[in-house]
Write a protein that binds this ligand. Structure first.
Ligand code: HEC
Ligand code: HEC
Length: 378
């Protein structure tokens, strides 16, 4: 059954399809699942674990998890895709670079200024849009970097495939860190005390380890450590007491409202590009989403389905940061994407469940590393 859903996975051919066609697979899947969906404590046959993802330490308890939940969601794995070759030295370097303001035009901006990890923050600045190196704000809301590498696509318009490709973007983006060229980044790091040694340790055996590619690789390696498990993961692994009764009701609501057509799998989103405003339009139409990248009419107002992990902590919402309140975001989603009017109780239930998706990365992620500490002194 997972296969039906994965027909909607991102691939270049799929992107050209109108949004309505992209939804058909999911609608079919929902019909197929109708029986399983209604039974919250279904004893329906447990599909085996073909992914071999180590879920189900306790198969008997997992039986109590509704079939649709078992099919549509998976707990966070212990490692992010691509993390197999990350070394502690690469991660240490990447962490320094993540906090390094020296590699921005006015030496005023680091990744951490928009994706804040200090003080246990959830990888965002909680602003509608973020001021960049030249003091000008961009037009889009900063998404969280927590768990980001579990997504199949990056950015609101899906223009980057993975974290390595992604990391090169903000450094040269004129309204983010605004460095002029790749060489400027490399030169700046050559001139900053401590970095040559960090690069030599991270990329041993290279005569000239400070390269733009290695900058991106190290930052990606650090970001792959930002795995933030939640109570929902414990639940999915069979600890059914990890969610309260009210949270389970909210999860049930999320399933029955069909939110999980789009927000599903490990990140609870982050896999598909979908039209914003399937049934009713979003008020702010100034950003055409994927259309801005491809110029294709079919891609107008197509955006990445964002992750819902930590969404309770990452206000304001939507690509423009235009909605401050999560309850309002949930109400709008049901109306715009599903032609569904949720009542306040139903909205509360869903939001209650969303709190169970909160999680923090390993404790040291947000500590400012020594190599870049001086850049942060006011
Ligand atoms: C000035 C603020 C700012 C800075 C500095 C910045 N970012 Fe971002 N970041 C954003 C915004 C805004 C987006 C969304 C842009 C879009 O979708 O078009 C984004 C998107 C991302 C994403 C994609 C997440 C997702 O779910 O799609 C990642 C990962 C990321 N940034 C990491 C970084 C890293 C690493 C750095 C440092 C090299 C960095 N950012 C610097 C604002 C910033
Ligand atoms: C047809 C696909 C689809 C369905 C169904 C759907 N969503 Fe979304 N969701 C999206 C897209 C696309 C966005 C990004 C919108 C944007 O670009 O601003 C989004 C954004 C969100 C956000 C804001 C996240 C953020 O970080 O800004 C929340 C919260 C959300 N959805 C919850 C829900 C809930 C709850 C439901 C069910 C009532 C639901 N969604 C149904 C596609 C969908």
């Amino acid at each position: 059954m997972y296969g039906v859903n994965s027909a909607r996975l991102l691939s270049p051919g799929r992107l050209a399809l109108p949004a309505s066609r992209r939804l058909k697979g999911a609608v079919l899947l929902f019909s197929l699942l109708a029986a399983g969906l209604t039974a919250f404590t279904s004893n329906a046959a447990q599909p085996s674990d073909p992914d071999g993802d180590g879920v189900s330490s306790d198969p008997a308890t997992r039986q109590q998890i509704p079939l649709a939940v078992r099919i549509f969601f998976k707990p966070l794995p212990d490692m992010m895709p691509g993390g197999e070759n990350d070394t502690p030295e690469m991660i240490t370097l990447g962490r320094s670079l993540f906090f390094e303001r020296g590699i921005s035009l006015a030496k005023s901006q680091s990744c951490n200024d928009c994706h804040r990890l200090d003080e246990q923050r959830p990888g965002v600045d909680n602003l509608p849009t973020s001021p960049g190196a030249k003091g000008i704000s961009g037009t889009r809301n900063s998404p969280t970097v927590l768990n980001a590498g579990f997504q199949s696509i990056q950015f609101w318009d899906g223009r980057a495939a993975d974290l390595v490709e992604q990391a090169k973007g903000p450094l040269l983006n004129p309204i983010e860190m605004a460095m002029r060229t790749e060489q400027d980044v490399v030169d700046q790091l050559h001139n900053t005390e401590g970095y040559l040694a960090l690069f030599e340790r991270a990329f041993p055996g290279r005569s000239d380890p400070i390269t733009f590619d290695n900058v991106a690789r190290a930052i990606a390696a650090f970001q792959r450590t930002l795995i933030a498990p939640s109570r929902f993961d414990r639940y999915l692994k069979g600890d059914t007491a990890a969610l309260t009764t009210k949270e389970k009701r909210g999860l049930d609501r999320l399933v029955h409202a069909h939110c999980i057509q789009c927000h599903n799998s490990v990140p609870v989103g982050g896999r598909y590009l979908e039209k914003l405003g399937v049934y009713h339009p979003y008020e702010n139409q100034s950003d055409a989403g994927r259309f801005e990248v491809t110029g294709k009419e079919d891609d107008r107002l197509i955006f990445k389905v964002p992750m819902l992990r930590n969404v309770t902590r990452t206000a304001p919402y939507f690509h423009d940061g235009g909605v401050a309140d999560l309850r309002e975001a949930v109400r709008l989603m049901a109306w715009m994407q599903l032609d569904l009017e949720l009542n306040p109780t139903e909205i509360d239930e869903i939001v209650r469940f969303l709190h169970a998706l909160e999680g923090n990365p390993p404790i040291d992620a947000g500590e400012r590393p020594a190599a870049s500490a001086k850049e942060h002194q006011p």
